[in-house]
Design a protein around this ligand. Structure first.
Ligand code: SF4
Length: 399
């Protein structure tokens, strides 16, 4: 197993804020001493990485230990950024090597939440959508094909909506759990294995895209699949773990070779000397870069549920919803329950934001009192927008 999140024992100051935010109780340590991760419990959500404020400043003079640490973490040492104790293993160095290797073809996908978070690293207003500039930056970096995870978010919705309806109509295992959050999937597997069949059989959008790049994408470009380096950009540290799972090789080799976090993409853009703010927006490549609004809302809590319900509604009734915004399932934190009338059936749903909030829902299922059909769980407190790979929001206030 790849440990995609680590705590640097030299840099940790023992403040233990990471212990407070870990949703699965995987971090511990004696008072005032460096914290450590129990990997039997860790789900790699990276909330410890996001909250960590113990850092070593960048120093303009030659700083050999810092440079060594940057390289050990897979980052490009040229970039002036602090090193934090809690960190994720990076792929920026390997991606830089791949895009400068004339013997391979690089194909990249970006998750919905990346285009919202990336702005913060370049002094653009927090939350501003920079999708077009991000696409241009990826081309300038040298990626050969710039596709979009939203394309396969749409596929996931079609598959997951159909699977839900089939399970309801054919007495399949219910409630069905969403399977797009790898931290949630890992949590179910290691803590509640008896419920693993409740997980949807659909791969996450990241993994569907990776498999498509090396199969359909290879056909489109008349390429040998083995020449393709498939890269994803995610708001998420757990996606690195997901990509490394041994079963994720439907194309014949690892479907997603390298996973960058939003922070790492910013690291690469700075390393390449690209002036992000002045970039002109552009569009992703066709056809694996096209998508609908349903794919786009994957980045918000309740978005997967909302999109799948829209599909399920149309599949059962034969008509699209009058109002496609199912606001009852959207929310930012905690647990929200909602019911949607689909033909004769009242589909009961639960949307959970923050893995620690899943426990009571699991208890209801285990003690037989659950009456719902579909459960969405996103491990991070506000879904992927607050993922462990997003720009660190506390940095400025803590300096
Ligand atoms: Fe990753 Fe999103 Fe799950 Fe957080 S909520 S672990 S960012 S997939």
């Amino acid at each position: 197993m790849q440990y995609t999140v680590e705590i640097d024992q030299e840099l940790c100051t023992g403040c233990h804020r990471c212990i407070d935010v870990c949703p699965v109780g995987a971090i511990g340590g004696p008072a005032g001493m460096a914290a450590d991760i129990n990997y039997d419990k860790c789900c790699f959500c990276g909330q410890c990485v996001q909250i960590c404020s113990a850092y070593q400043e960048y120093k303009s003079e030659t700083s050999a230990p810092r440079e060594t640490k940057m390289k050990d973490r897979g980052l490009l040492a040229s970039v002036r950024e602090p090193l934090f104790a809690a960190h994720n293993m990076g792929h920026a160095q390997k991606v830089w090597e791949a895009i400068n290797n004339p013997n391979v073809v690089t194909m990249v996908q970006c998750a919905p939440a990346v285009r919202v978070g990336l702005a913060e690293d370049f002094g653009v207003a927090s939350g501003e959508l920079v999708a077009g500039k991000m696409i241009t930056a990826l081309r300038k970096l040298g990626f050969d094909r710039v596709y979009d995870t939203n394309f396969t978010a749409d596929l996931t919705i079609m598959e997951e909506g159909s699977e839900l309806i089939k399970r309801i109509q054919e007495n399949g295992v219910l409630p069905m759990f969403t399977s797009c959050c790898p931290a949630w999937v890992k949590y179910v597997e290691q803590e509640h294995f008896e419920l693993h069949e409740n997980l949807s059989t659909c791969k996450s959008p990241q993994q569907m895209a990776g498999a498509l790049f090396k199969t359909y994408g290879a056909q489109v470009d008349k390429l040998e699949p083995k020449k393709i380096v498939s890269v994803s950009v995610m708001p998420c540290t757990a996606k690195k773990f997901e990509a490394s799972r041994p079963e994720m090789n439907a194309s014949g080799s690892q479907d997603v070779d390298l996973v960058l976090t939003t922070r790492e993409l910013a690291n690469l853009i700075k390393h390449a000397g690209i002036d992000f703010k002045s970039l002109k927006p552009s569009q992703p490549d066709s056809v694996l870069g096209t998508y609908t609004g349903a794919g786009h809302i994957f980045g918000v809590t309740g978005g997967v549920m909302e999109a799948a319900l829209r599909t399920g509604y149309e599949l059962i009734t034969g008509n699209p919803l009058d109002d496609i915004n199912i606001l009852d399932v959207r929310h930012s934190q905690g647990v929200k329950r909602a019911t949607l009338q689909v033909g004769d059936l009242a589909v009961k749903t639960v949307v959970v934001a923050g893995l620690e909030n899943a426990a009571p829902i699991i208890d209801e299922i285990k003690n037989g009192t659950a009456d719902f059909h579909f459960v969405e769980v996103m491990a991070c407190p506000q879904g992927c927008i607050s993922g462990g790979g997003q720009p660190k929001v506390l940095l400025e206030t803590e300096r």
